[in-house]
Design a binder for this molecule. Structure first.
Ligand code: SF4
Ligand code: SF4
Length: 164
């Protein structure tokens, strides 16, 4: 994967051991920002929108694949910050990748969002309650998923047996 020559947006005014305030806004850093060539592959046709669960529930362009690609483009070009407002639209992406199969232009949204998540992790300070919640949930999330998948056939069988 190549690094783009998008403008540097590192906040060099912060001491290295200081935690930035949540109000401060940055952009993508130089460590694998979303590739501009992948962003440019989107022709904004909107075919992916009906397949996107976050768009279907929230109903806003910025919570659609196309809207997020617009946001990545703007942040890459230094036209928008990696602010709380933009991060919340990336956070609402479920990573289901239904949009990639629906896209007639073959936009590799999976690679784009995979590059954006670590950028947010590095460059966007989360509030303490949000950090605590994430640290509480995410380590156990795979275990919960596996448990649900493991228990599901057992629960189904049990309910069928009890009905017969
Ligand atoms: S991601 Fe694909 S389907 Fe969605 S707007 Fe862009 S080109 Fe169209
Ligand atoms: S991966 Fe994200 S943008 Fe694509 S369909 Fe799923 S929720 Fe929508």
């Amino acid at each position: 994967m190549t690094m783009t020559n998008s403008p540097l947006k590192l906040d060099t005014s912060l001491p290295t051991n200081a935690e930035p305030s949540p109000d401060e806004e940055s952009g993508f850093d130089v460590i694998y920002p979303p590739e501009q060539s992948l962003i440019d592959a989107c022709v904004h046709c909107g075919f992916c929108l009906p397949t996107c669960p976050s768009y279907r529930v929230i109903g806003k362009e910025n919570d659609s694949p196309r809207g997020r690609i617009y946001l990545m483009d703007a942040i890459n070009k230094g036209e928008a910050p990696l602010s709380l407002a933009s991060v919340k639209h990336f956070d609402t992406c479920l990573g289901c990748l239904a949009c990639t199969t629906a896209c007639p232009s073959g936009v590799q949204y999976d690679k784009l969002i995979a590059n954006v998540r670590p950028q947010i992790q590095r460059n966007h300070p989360r509030s303490l309650p949000e950090k605590a919640l994430r640290q509480l949930i995410f380590p156990y999330f795979p275990i919960l998923i596996v448990s649900v998948f493991c228990l599901h056939p057992w629960l189904c069988t049990k309910s069928l047996v009890s009905q017969s």
